[in-house]
Ligand binder design. Structure first.
Ligand code: AMP
Ligand code: ZN
Length: 467
């Protein structure tokens, strides 16, 4: 099988993937900050890490997948100023920070399930690893990397000679990004908080005792401490969105490598943004915030249509949100289900020729658009129906589009039309013949509610399952 090659942000090159202790692969995905629902952009990041994970599994690896949940310490300003996002939300909603976190964790897990994203081996909440974070900070302190100022304990980035190795940015540029004016006590603009003190005279909901005083861990400490603990010996791949490269991941690396004296993760993979029209990134704080429920499910489209839309774009290319493109993805996926249904139920053999083509696409830095093109080639090929079905089932281990289940479901709905639906359809036929179009439209609406569409063609009307 063609070897798996991945684009490593560290080297900016395509590299042949080699885990440290095969067949196990350690995979760490920066998870959500749980003060709001995930938006479609966030979900793109998790569809991407799922595609990567499924590709690793397809290549025969065992994947130890860790995803953190940031329930404390992510401030409104990434440069360690501002307030804690979870605590602000709690205040606004009159709930405790813990209730807010629990609520959005559940919503997040529901979204992943809806998108057929395989759950990580372990979810780790930042608040459950406070001790590990304090211990990592203690090592950094002993090694002389930290200094104390009035609002917290900071990491001196000038002590790390290759501080910009992930961002590849000249230090001047990184400094600009860090905006020193926010905190004049910092020694260098890029220095960041490892431990922040609770503000004087104010009791935070989430705060802990530490050798430096009551407070809470910095956001970048969390991922470093948890991955070192949970993926010891398997620091293979770390993923996140491109917005994490210059600050969050750069600082994770600085801390972990300063503390251990060893290279941290070997491969860093980053997905490009989901943008709204005009190239603006979809953000939790922006007005262009769209959830899976609002943007897809409430439109009556299949939730997996969003997964399909993500797979149509290579993960390192920006993806543009539009209603029309999601509607098209929904149509395309339903079309696939229909085609799979037409193949019948008999399972044959996976085609070695198409499998090779598929692997060539997917093992080339997860080229999912190319892999989808191979899927369509299979459907149009001379293979027998049962071999097509087996080949598609095999590919779907990576796509995760429920192609076989969706096809069967379509077939069941087509062959077992409920009598009430048939009656509505017949009534609509009569209304059309009587040219009572308002009634015909109303009946079409009722049919849609029952999960059926009507296609009116020159040869007459027919019912089609909407799923
Ligand atoms: P957050 O919950 O804000 O910490 O973000 C969770 C994940 O979503 C991170 O990996 C981000 O890099 C990623 N992300 C945030 N916005 C977008 C976007 N518009 N498109 C793609 N990924 C995003
Ligand atoms: Zn992280």
């Amino acid at each position: 099988m063609l070897k798996l090659r991945l684009h490593n942000t560290l080297s900016r090159q395509l590299e042949v993937f080699k885990p440290q202790q095969p067949p196990v692969v350690g995979l760490y995905t920066c998870g959500p900050t749980v003060y709001n629902y995930a938006h479609l952009g966030n979900l793109r990041a998790y569809v991407f890490s799922d595609l990567l994970k499924r590709t690793l599994l397809y290549n025969g690896y065992e994947v130890k997948h860790i995803m953190n949940i940031t329930d404390v310490g992510h401030l409104t300003d990434d440069a360690d100023a501002g307030e804690d996002k979870v605590e602000i939300r709690a205040e606004r909603e009159g709930k405790s920070a813990w209730e807010i976190a629990d609520f959005y964790i559940k919503a997040f897990k529901d979204d992943l399930r809806t998108l057929n994203i395989i759950p990580p081996t372990t979810y780790c909440r930042a608040t459950e690893y406070i001790q590990e974070q304090i211990e990592l900070a203690q090592i950094l302190e002993q090694k002389g990397y930290l200094y104390r100022i009035s609002d917290g304990l900071y990491f001196d980035t000038s002590l790390v000679p290759d501080y910009n190795k992930l961002s590849h940015l000249p230090l001047e540029k990184l400094k600009e990004g860090a905006r020193i004016d926010k905190n004049p006590e910092k020694r260098h603009p890029t220095d960041f908080a490892v431990w922040k003190f609770s503000p004087l005279g104010q009791k935070r909901q989430m705060e802990w005792d530490s050798p430096w005083g009551k407070g809470f861990p910095g956001w970048h400490l969390e991922c470093a401490a948890m991955s070192l603990k949970l993926l010891a010996g398997h620091l293979d791949i770390h993923t996140g969105g491109v917005d994490h490269i210059n600050v969050h991941h750069t600082n994770e690396i600085a801390q972990a490598e300063a503390a251990t004296g060893k290279p941290f993760f070997h491969y860093w993979l980053h997905n490009a943004f989901l943008n709204i029209a005009g190239g603006k990134k979809m953000a939790k704080s922006g007005a262009n915030f769209l959830t899976l429920k609002v943007a897809v499910i409430d439109e009556g489209w299949l939730p997996l249509a969003y997964r399909y839309a993500c797979l149509e774009v290579h993960y390192r290319k920006p993806m543009e949100y539009s209603k029309a493109s999601l509607a098209a993805a929904d149509q395309a996926l339903k079309g696939l289900y229909r085609e799979v249904a037409a193949l019948g139920g008999e399972m044959g053999e996976v085609s070695p020729l198409f499998r090779e083509k598929f692997v060539e696409a997917i093992n080339h830095d997860l080229n999912s658009p190319q892999a989808l093109a191979v899927l369509f080639e299979v459907l149009r090929s001379q293979l027998s129906n049962k071999d097509k079905l087996a080949t598609i089932k095999n590919f779907d281990e990576i796509f995760g589009l429920d192609l076989i289940g969706g096809g069967q479901h379509y077939l069941e709905m087509l062959t077992n039309i409920p009598p009430a639906v048939q009656a509505l359809f017949n009534k609509r036929q009569l209304a059309r013949e009587a040219q009572d179009f308002p009634l015909a439209d109303e009946l079409r609406r009722q049919l849609a509610e029952a999960g059926y569409g009507v296609e009116d063609g020159p040869g007459g009307s027919r019912l089609t399952p909407l799923f």
